[in-house]
Each structure stands twice: as structure tokens, then as C-alpha cells.
Design a protein around this ligand. Sequence first.
Ligand code: CP
Length: 370
Amino acid sequence: MKKDVRSIINILDLSKEEIELLMDTADEIEKDPAAFSEVCRHKQLATLFFEPSTRTRLSFESAMLSLGGSVLGFSSANSSSASKGESVADTIEVVSNYADIIAMRHPREGAAYVASLHSNVPVVNAGDGGHFHPTQTMADLLTIRRKKGRIGDITVGICGDLKYGRTVHSLIDALQRYEGIRYVLISPEELRLPEYMIEKLASEGAEYTETRDLETAIPDLDVLYMTRIQKERFLDEAEYERLKNSYVLTEEKLDAAKPDLCIMHPLPRVNEISVRVDEDERACYFYQTYCGKQMRMALIMYLLGLTKEDERAHRPAGKVPAKMLEGSARCANPACISVTEQELPQSFEAVDEAAGLYRCVYCDEIIKIK
Ligand code: CP
């Protein structure tokens, strides 16, 4: 029997109030980092990275070290027993005996959720395929709050690979909780936001437009969130080659932008933002990485129960359980963890039972079951 521990798989696993408290904690950390330097003494963070990372892994590790804790883990699947065929479930059964908290990145969508089902300690999703990346969103929200002074009442342009860009999906989920967010979704047709997210925006009455054209969109934006075309997610290399240079933000294109535009990018960048833009004071993408460490420090403390009790009172409201379906239906998403993980039951939650629409509990793919 697993312990009842809190994991963060999706940004929506944190309530808006909790995220605001974490941002407040991040501000306190920025003001007085020494006050937090012993908070996680004798605590251990495991970073299990089955996929490459610079920022997320190192900022998690730096965060834990700055809190006085220690770190263990691996930075590629090849240096773990995954290379011998060990499942995510078994890996987590083992590592949750060694660490107090786990940050995990995996190329399969839903992998972090599977990990949470097998863990005795909190699991934080550090990116699961093209699905979610909640701690990047925490960094993004803190950046917006600090740079714009607010999160609501802004026009946010999101440009590039909106299909496979996991940071985009988590960011939109988070922004949907704020009033007055206007989205301009800028992408080639092939890399539009997934249908399930468009439907969610529409059903929630969000104000959004879709366009292919970055230049005409720029003048209206308060935030421009550029993204990399996610080469590693393409099934067809020729399609990647055709789309890879869809958008390049240059100094010239920024001439028409607002003077207080906040230019963001989760990084790594390939060529979506000219390096000459780095000198523009509106460039916030390296500042995002600075915010990311403070937010991860705040999150580690929070999940380990090392923040004040009164700050732990605002969990998201529980969902009304939907009708579940387990059996012979298969998830249609080739990147879903249920395709590769041994013994994992196919499991679907009803979205619209009358229409036969169900959501894969691992990767959110909507499938039709007759
Ligand atoms: N933003 C982000 O996830 O970067 P890394 O892939 O380097 O962790």
C-alpha cells in the first residue's frame, strides 16, 4: 500500500492560491536566501532524467543544495537500468526508498503520473514528452508577475511549436485561472495547439485567436512566449526540416512591439530568437531561469511540509470522479507511456459518454470508443 503523498504532475495539481503562495515564498528567498539555507538539511532529492536537460535538472539540484539538502540521480536513461529494460514503475519503487522527493523527466507522456502511482515520496514532473512541464510554468508565472506586476489582464502571444511544446500546454492551463488573459496562438497549421486544448479554451470562454503571422501579431502583445520547434517529437524528419525555421524573432521585428513587452522562451533556443535580441531590455528568457530556481526551492520545501502549516490550506478542489473505462480499448497516442510500460492497464475517463469520448488518464489523448 502506497503512502498518500502529494505529487505534482500537472500545474493544475496546485491551486491558484498555492501557486501564489509559492511565488511569495520565491520572493522571500530572493530577498534573504541565507534564511533558507538549512531548511532541507538531511533531506535528499533524486533527479531521474531519462531525457536530456540543462536548466530543469540543474536548477532542481541547485535548489536542493541551496536549501541545505543533498541530491542523487542520473542524467540519461543510458546510465540507468532503464537501458536494460527496467520499467518506470520498478525504478520508482526502488528510488522512493532512497530519496525524500523525486524530480523526473521522461520522453513518454504520462510517465510522471505512472511514477506517482508507485512512489512513497512526492514526484514532480520535470517534463513528460510533449505533455506537461509544471515547474517551467511556475518559473514563467513568476517572471510575468515580477516583470509585468500582475498576471491578469494581458495579451499573451505564444509562438512556434504549440503542438509538442509541453511548456505551452502547462502555461495555458495556469493562465486560464487568471482574469483577462487574451491569447494569440501563432504557429504553422501543422503545429497548432492540440485539439483537446483548443476545445478546453473554447469551452471555458477564453479569448483567443490563431494566426500563422508573428509580425502582424507583435504590436498588440504584452508577453511574447517563443518556443523551439521540438525536433525530438517529430515522427517525420522531413516535416521537421520543412518547419524548423518557421519563426525567427529579430531586432527588426521588435521595432513594432510595445516598449514593455516581456519576451520569454523556456529555452533551449536553437534559432527562434536572434542572439542580438539578448541585448534588448525586453528579453526575459535568461531571467526565467533565475526565477525557476527560486520557484523550485519553494516547491521542494512545500512538498516536504517544511513551510508554515497555514500556507498548506489551499489545495485544489477535488474533481467529481468521472466514469472510468478499463479494458481492451487502446490509447491512440504513440508517445503515451501505456504503449511501452509493461502491465500498465489501459485506463480512460469519460469526457462525453453519450458521444463515446474518453480521455486517456496517462496522456490526455481523447479517443472515441463505440
Ligand atoms: N526549459 C527546459 O525545460 O530546459 P531544459 O530542457 O534544459 O531542462
